[in-house]
Design a protein around this ligand. Sequence first.
Ligand code: SF4
Length: 255
Amino acid sequence: MLEWLPSSERCMAKVRSATPTRTRRKPRVTASDVLDLLGEEYGPIVWKPRYDAVSELVFTVLSQHTSDVNSERAFNNLLGTFGSLEAVAEADVQKIAEAIWIGGLSRVKAPRIKEILRQVAQERGSLDMSFLKEMPLDEAKAWLKSLPGIGPKSAAVILCFSLGMPAMPVDTHVYRVSKRLGFFGEKTTLGQSHDALEAMVKPQEVFAFHVLLITHGRRVCKAPRPLCHRCELAWGCPSRELFVQEPSRRKRNKS
Ligand code: SF4
């Protein structure tokens, strides 16, 4: 009904149409508000695979506890040194560690990558992991989580980014923004939040929802101090008042 309005007017229209009265509850942001309003701000979000599944798997291990820039350098070095992941699977662990040194934690990641590649090759006869796409989502997640060092977030990244499956990766940004928006309770752990968020959107919206929340977390809903005055979702965010002080209270605090 509000599609024809520009984004800022649509926010106001939502507030007006849901203005709290004594009997009416405060408006709350929903998943479709995120897709709609943040989609207009940061979109359009178009899925396209970054790597094939086994490369995404190795990249995910390399990206643990390091920046995107360094994990990309480590991945490029790895392929530049060995030529293929099949060759990495046969390589000496010390040599793998040297190739990925730039990404940090190379002594942990090198044996992990080798063992993962060994397990995939042994179980499937090759490093082709496209079979995951034919599995039910829960089984595909469980298969990936049985590999060393692969938890719910890494499994979801591989399935969603590489294979286009509706698995919701929840990193620290997605978790923080969702919690502030009240999409799950205070006691929901990061591990539990994957399923909770996945259930909130249609399968075809999972990727966009993830990208929009992560972008919002990086640009506006930052930790520890979110920029609520610039937020398209402030009208219905239950955490907004925790971060935005009224002018009178600000004055009192100064005196
Ligand atoms: S209003 Fe503030 S706390 Fe709520 S989502 Fe926006 S930036 Fe985050």
